[in-house]
Design a protein around this ligand. Structure first.
Ligand SMILES: O=C(O)c1cc(=O)[nH]c(=O)n1[C@@H]1O[C@H](COP(=O)(O)O)[C@@H](O)[C@H]1O
Length: 307
């Protein structure tokens, strides 16, 4: 899967991920109205609106992007219908040949992590049969519980040719509370970065590892250090757009080969029609607005890399 991601990034010339984080208040009234007419103002209605919204965003962007990142919390809030919308979104994106990064931020004791790994990336055995659960291509993981919380995912990734992105330095304002603390004189995020590089050696693709890292666009200086610490890890970079990250901040997240990083934007793309810059599209054409916002993001990053 990491090889597929690299090839798709090269083909589209677009090191970006569209984050499918569909809050109900981003979904235009006409989509909500239709879904509520069919299902009422219920969890089912909300989940239908989420699915119709996602489908339009994907239909309008799949040919110019390599990957999407559905964030599971946005679906979970609508209970079982929301989870069904998550699964429908994952399947639809895979049908469109997009790489799907399940933003699930899991991690637990080994046996529990093994169940999460099977449910999201692998196959579960039921009697003599095996079934894929959510079947994403990558998952995001929280490494706070240590190596044995990550290892079961790596094992499933090896069986299934799938990958993970491990949180190393997150984009949020409080990420330093723990991640920047000095441990043996070094910031914790550097030590986690070294672990990611070490785990990555055990599961390599052609040039990059199946074990990637998450480093926020909002911390470019740390990104530069972490790029050196994890030369073969693909870095998923959230924090572009709505959180303030810009193309010029991202140059050092990439390797000299122009690869090695993939930048996520969620609200900045899917809710772009609400921004003044894209107001001309209007809520009716939110998909076209998302496409334009994605094209602008690609241009912003490419021109920063060319400089
Ligand atoms: O793992 C992530 O994707 C993630 C890590 C991180 O450090 N910061 C971060 O914002 N994210 C996710 O990236 C997305 C950012 O959304 P926007 O700020 O709307 O682009 C959300 O789905 C977050 O959960």
């Amino acid at each position: 899967m990491i090889n597929k991601l690299v090839v798709k990034i090269q083909k589209t010339n677009a090191p970006i991920v569209v984050g499918l984080d569909p809050m109900l208040n981003y979904i235009p009234a006409h989509i909500q109205k239709k879904a509520f007419q069919e299902y009422g103002e219920t969890l089912e209605g909300a989940a239908e609106a989420v699915w119709q919204f996602n489908k339009e965003i994907v239909d309008k962007t799949y040919d110019i992007i390599p990957a999407v990142k559905p964030q599971i919390a946005m679906y979970e809030q609508f209970g079982i219908p929301g989870m069904t919308a998550f699964k429908k979104t994952v399947d639809y994106c895979r049908e469109k040949d997009l790489v799907v990064i399940g933003d699930i931020k899991r991690g637990d004791i080994g046996s529990t992590s093994a169940a999460y790994a099977v449910g999201h990336l692998g196959k579960v055995k039921v009697g003599d049969k095996t079934y894929a659960g959510f079947d994403e291509d990558f998952a995001t993981l929280n490494p706070y519980m240590g190596a044995d919380s990550i290892q079961p995912f790596i094992e499933v990734c090896r069986e299934e040719n799938k990958g993970i992105f491990v949180l190393v330095k997150t984009s949020n304002p409080s990420s330093g509370d723990f991640q920047d603390q000095l441990v043996s004189g070094r910031p914790l995020y550097e030590l986690v970065g070294e672990k990611v590089a070490e785990w990555g050696e055990t599961h390599m693709g052609d040039t990059y590892s199946y074990v990637g890292a998450v480093v926020g666009a909002t911390y470019p200086e740390m990104g530069k250090i972490l790029r050196k610490i994890m030369p073969k890890a693909y870095i998923l970079v959230p924090g572009y757009g709505a959180q303030g990250g810009q193309g010029k901040d991202l140059v050092h997240f990439f390797n000299k080969d122009g690869l090695g990083a993939i930048v996520n934007s969620s609200r900045g793309i899917i809710a772009s029609y609400k921004q003044e810059k894209y107001a001309k599209f209007g809520p009716e054409n939110f998909g076209d607005s998302a496409r334009q916002a994605a094209l602008d993001m690609i241009e912003d990053i490419s021109s920063a890399l060319e400089r």
